[in-house]
Design a protein around this ligand. Structure first.
Ligand code: AMP
Length: 399
């Protein structure tokens, strides 16, 4: 059983509602990074080729349920037009008379972009009437290509599917589900997970689920210090979640029971503060009182790179240090290169989460990664073994 795909649909002459994820960063009224727009172009092009009449919608930022010009999708319309090389019609509201009449005069292959869905509080409330209004803009065909929003039960993701005949996955959605799905159900082994970032508490479920599926996990970033505190190391001023040390200890115990290897850093780069240019490398077991760990050290890089080179499936989420600061970016960038090299040597690599994606881009190796996930939160929930409401709501394919 699989979910209906846009490839299964007959779109000629029909209005199709496409939920995209155009939640892109803007700067001075322009799209600053168009990665997410580019990621959904194959779906839009396919719908255009098939003679569909496209009604495209997205959220952008967190406008709190009312219009705010700084969260307008107008800059996205401009960029989309350049990328597609064809006109983009814009509606200044995602529901109501303007949207409806603009959708009704679309011709085959035309594209109408709706204003930010989150200008209406009903979107995040999964409101029934709002969902019905969105559905009235199409001819009972819905395509969800917004993997990044699939973990949200919102009107344009879940509610709308109750008012259409066919709810299908777009090509990006399919690609995301296929890479992440294969890693969780049928991974080539050894299966290595790399987790970093600020908090253990954000990733507990991911650690617990991957412990049942993967072979090894490398843990870096600030997360590691909660484990170090649990092991009674001194951690100085490093970021520690004091109330999660018991949990860290029980995760380490559970890993031993399951013969699952959790590999923690052995050395790290320290500074008195993130802005201090004076740094030192030391073992992780004893951090001086007024110093903090901000990156993994050279021995850890070597250790982690060896694990990466031996892996056949690699899933990476979260930076291994405070990589926004050049003095503490070394570890994360080295890991990005190692993951790319392992991929060139035959491994499948999946990188998710804004910071890790930025790291592979900054290292210039993004092209070598098998799959870069566009959805940080959604990919974490998927890796935690949770069902994504936006995927559950899609029509099941019956041949
Ligand atoms: P997350 O959103 O949980 O993936 O965390 C990402 C953030 O963690 C980034 O802004 C990093 O700067 C930060 N981070 C990673 N390692 C450290 C560290 N050792 N100390 C402080 N912050 C860190």
């Amino acid at each position: 059983m699989r979910k209906l795909s846009i490839r299964d649909l007959n779109l000629a002459g029909k209005r199709v509602f496409i939920r995209a994820d155009f939640n892109v960063p803007l700067e001075n009224g322009q799209v600053f990074d168009d990665t997410r727009i580019r990621a959904t172009l194959p779906t839009l092009r396919l719908a255009i080729e098939r003679g569909g009449r496209l009604v495209v919608a997205s959220h952008l930022g967190r406008p709190k349920g009312k219009p705010e010009s700084k969260f307008s999708l107008r800059p996205v319309a401009v960029r989309l037009k350049e990328l597609l090389g064809r006109p983009v019609i814009f509606s200044s509201d995602c529901v109501g008379q303007e949207a409806l009449s603009r959708s009704q005069v679309l011709k085959d292959g035309d594209l109408l972009l709706l204003e930010n869905l989150r200008f209406h509080a009903e979107e995040e409330k999964n409101d029934e009437e709002f969902s019905r209004q969105l559905a009235s803009l199409c001819d009972s065909i819905f395509v969800n290509d917004a993997f990044g929003a699939a973990h949200r039960a919102h009107a344009s993701v879940v509610g709308i599917t109750r008012f259409v005949k066919e709810a299908a996955a777009g090509l990006l959605m399919e690609q995301e589900l296929s890479y992440l799905g294969k890693a969780l159900t049928n991974p080539e082994r050894p299966f290595l997970a790399i987790l970093g970032g600020a908090k253990v508490s954000d990733k507990i479920e991911v650690i617990e689920n991957l412990m049942k599926i993967a072979n090894t996990m490398l843990i870096g970033g600030a997360m590691a210090y909660t484990f170090f505190r649990a092991k009674k190391f001194t951690t100085g001023k490093s970021l520690v979640e004091e109330d999660k040390t018991d949990l860290a200890l029980s995760l380490l115990g559970e890993a031993v029971e399951r013969s699952f290897r959790i590999v923690l850093p052995v050395d790290h780069v320290l500074a008195r503060s993130p802005d201090d240019s004076q740094t030192q490398v030391a073992s992780v077991e004893a951090t001086p009182a007024d110093w903090m760990g901000l990156d993994i050290g050279p021995k850890t890089i070597e250790l982690f790179c060896k694990e990466i080179a031996a892996a056949k499936t690699i899933v990476w989420n979260g930076p291994l240090g405070m990589f926004e600061k050049p003095a503490f970016a070394n570890g994360t960038l080295a890991i990005a290169r190692a993951v790319a090299d392992a991929t060139s040597a035959g491994a499948t690599s999946i990188v998710g989460g804004g910071d890790s994606v930025a790291a592979v881009e900054r290292s210039g190796v993004a092209q070598k990664i098998s799959h870069i996930s566009t959805g940080g939160g959604a990919s974490l929930e998927f890796l935690a073994g949770e069902k994504l409401p936006g995927v559950e709501a899609l029509t099941t394919y019956e041949a």
